[in-house]
Ligand binder design. Structure first.
Ligand SMILES: Cc1cc2nc3c(=O)[nH]c(=O)nc-3n(C[C@H](O)[C@H](O)[C@H](O)COP(=O)(O)OP(=O)(O)OC[C@H]3O[C@@H](n4cnc5c(N)ncnc54)[C@H](O)[C@@H]3O)c2cc1C
Length: 345
């Protein structure tokens, strides 16, 4: 049953309608929990990390702790029922022996061939997760108070009482949940269309030299794998990054020649210090639940992260120790003043 838009109470209130919050809501609904409100400060979904990424679905992770989530998440996206999936395949240069030129003639180097990897329509995926959800756009989370009845969430359009609050605020998750997280900028570039670029080429990701590229809009989408710490929401361009990109291409991928950049944008990926997600109840206020720090793989992981979070929220199941929010709790002495959250009583 649809909730009235004026409802001021719910079972689960989710802060953030990016992939983390949306996938959690999607799985809650699959488990029969429809009494969910999402607060999204922006007028539209996907204005931050979930709308500024490279859309690559990459199953193989550097971290063993992420492997199971990546397998599950990638398999769900590959099935194609959630959003359009393009199984381009991909090379992880530096981790295998196939010549990348086998399937991408201008490419240099050897790597593992990952045939099932590809790209997904991220905007479509987000819409799918959010279909039928009660999303309050243009409404900000401004803090909460712990009460015996639940968490009284203060929002820009009045208080909402919730049994549980989910912190899925992306780059702002550190502020919202008083966690030690760091937002880092990453630049993406798209080169001008060129008939020599085959749209069916795979992605090429050099995990040692740290850069990646793939076909996009008739040109190439390129990334120098930069990561500069920044205040949440700071999308100011750093001019040196394009120079870093050109230097990496000249050194490692000269076969692509001179590329003219037609478009560029900056996004933010959010990390805990060990670069693993933060998923689970808060150590200080267990009715606050974090689904944060998805780092650079939140597209691939989203389906599995949402399923795990929803299972933990509904069944009280414990999650992997590696994702425990306690490891990212700000110590009382090092805590910066929180911008949004009020300390639980
Ligand atoms: C440049 C770049 C390239 C990437 N490439 C890939 C890739 O190829 N493959 C991959 O798997 N992953 C990739 N990622 C990672 C992926 O995009 C992220 O992990 C994922 O989008 C994070 O989703 P999120 O929901 O946590 O954050 P977000 O999408 O940022 O969503 C958080 C939401 O919370 C809202 N919010 C914040 N504070 C408040 C508040 N106080 N009140 C109300 N709402 C609030 C924000 O408005 C925002 O919409 C990339 C990321 C970037 C930046």
């Amino acid at each position: 049953m649809m909730r009235a838009m004026t409802s001021s109470r719910c079972r689960i209130l989710i802060v953030g309608a990016g992939l983390a919050g949306a996938a959690t809501a999607f799985h809650l609904r699959k488990l029969g929990v429809a009494d969910v409100i999402l607060l999204e400060r922006e007028p539209l979904p996907g204005m931050h990390a979930s709308g500024r990424n490279a859309a690559i679905v990459r199953e193989r992770m550097e971290s063993a702790a992420l492997s199971a989530l990546a397998r599950e998440g990638a398999a769900a996206l590959r099935a194609g029922a959630l959003a359009e999936y393009r199984a381009s395949g991909g090379y992880l240069l530096g981790t295998g022996e196939e010549q990348a030129a086998t399937r991408m003639p201008p490419a240099t180097g050897r790597g593992a061939w990952c045939p099932a990897d590809g790209t997904v329509d991220v905007a479509g995926l987000l819409q799918r997760y959010l279909a039928g959800q009660d999303v309050r756009y243009g409404v900000s989370f401004e803090g909460y108070e712990s009460t015996p009845e639940g968490l009284r969430v203060l929002t820009s359009s009045g208080p909402i009482l919730a049994a549980h609050v989910v912190n899925a605020a992306g780059p702002w998750a550190g502020e919202v949940g008083e966690l030690a997280l760091e937002a880092r900028k990453r630049h993406l570039f798209v080169s001008a269309p060129d008939p020599a670029i085959d749209p069916a080429w795979p992605y090429l990701w050099d995990v040692r030299a740290e850069y990646y590229l793939r076909p996009e809009s008739g040109g190439l989408l390129l990334c120098a794998c930069d990561e500069t710490p920044a205040a949440p929401g700071d999308y100011g361009e750093d001019p040196e990054v394009i120079e870093q990109l050109y230097a990496k291409l000249a050194r490692f991928q000269p076969g692509f020649g001179d590329l003219r950049i037609a478009r560029r944008w900056v996004g933010q990926r959010t990390f805990a210090s060990d670069r693993l997600p933060v998923i689970g109840p808060d150590a200080r206020e267990p009715r606050l639940f974090h689904v944060a720090a998805l780092g650079g793989h939140g597209v691939t992981l989203s389906y599995a992260v949402g399923r795990l979070a929803a299972a933990m929220l509904t069944a009280g199941a414990s999650g992997p120790q590696a994702f425990d929010p306690a490891r990212a709790t700000r110590s009382a002495t090092s805590a910066a003043a929180p911008a949004g959250a009020r300390s639980p009583a």
